[in-house]
Design a protein around this ligand. Structure first.
Ligand SMILES: Nc1ncnc2c1ncn2[C@@H]1O[C@H](COP(=O)(O)OP(=O)(O)OP(=O)(O)O)[C@@H](O)[C@H]1O
Ligand SMILES: [Mg+2]
Length: 229
């Protein structure tokens, strides 16, 4: 019997940035395995390497050394087109929602879908379904400026889910909303995970990290603890 392939598998992953001639060792050998269905938080102070790690997992940047497998595929073996395909199967959620101001909630979700090979009618139907699933049935035709921070983040989450991603990558998803709204956003994230969506979330907030099922602590470019919450 075969064991399920981890969604993410990192082996001795290192990333060194060059600041002029000065090397900055952002990741110093990270080992991590994330299985399907997990809700993992990556917790660490500012500058510990969280965003660097997320960018590597999201195939947005390349490691200096080490191995990075996504769904069992070694990213170092892929060309640029293949890396783009990998990125399309990952849902990204950022601290600053990054919605397109001139488009409605529905327009923003639909735009993400337009990359995929589906008809306009099907796209609209799917965008509406996604917005309903994040609790925005009554806000589909609102533009970002007409939505609260929490609602904007929910649109961003619906957009991230558009192409049935293998997992969601979140960088401080509640970093730009008040604490009450943060609770709503985290409730949605937990519901998605309960529905089977794999989630990897970066944060410097211990309370937010505790909401995940598992927390990996990063310090100075290394994983210093890995615990079930
Ligand atoms: N493009 C870059 N060039 C040079 N150094 C960088 C670059 N990006 C990040 N760094 C450095 O790498 C280290 C890790 O940065 P990273 O952004 O991953 O931290 P972080 O944990 O996400 O921090 P924060 O909580 O503030 O977002 C830091 O020392 C940072 O200054
Ligand atoms: Mg960061």
């Amino acid at each position: 019997m075969s064991v399920a392939t981890p969604v993410v598998e990192l082996t001795d992953l290192k990333k060194t940035y060059m600041l002029g001639k000065i090397p900055v060792e952002a990741l110093r050998g990270v080992n991590l395995k994330v299985e399907r269905g997990e809700f993992l938080s990556i917790l660490g102070p500012s500058g510990s390497g969280k965003s660097t790690l997320l960018n590597l997992i999201g195939a947005l940047d390349k490691p200096t050394s080490g191995k990075l497998l996504i769904d069992g595929v070694d990213l170092s073996t892929l060309n640029d087109n293949q890396l783009t395909d990998v990125r399309c199967k990952i849902g990204f959620v950022f601290q600053f929602f990054n919605l397109i101001p001139r488009l409605t909630a529905k327009g923003n979700v639909e735009l993400a879908l337009s990359i995929a090979d589906v008809t306009k009618a099907e796209r609209i139907k799917r965008a509406e379904g996604l917005l309903v699933s994040v609790g925005l049935k009554d806000r589909m035709t609102h533009k970002p400026a007409e939505l609260s921070g929490g609602q904007q983040q929910r649109v961003a989450i619906a957009r991230a889910l558009a192409n049935n991603p293998r997992f969601l990558l979140m960088d401080e998803p509640t970093g730009n909303v008040d604490s009450k709204t943060a609770e709503e956003v985290i409730a949605l994230i937990k519901k998605l995970n309960a529905d089977g969506v794999t989630i990897i979330m970066v944060t410097h907030d211990q309370n937010l990290a505790n909401e995940a099922k598992r927390t990996v602590k990063v310090f100075d470019g290394r994983i210093v603890s890995d615990m079930v919450n």
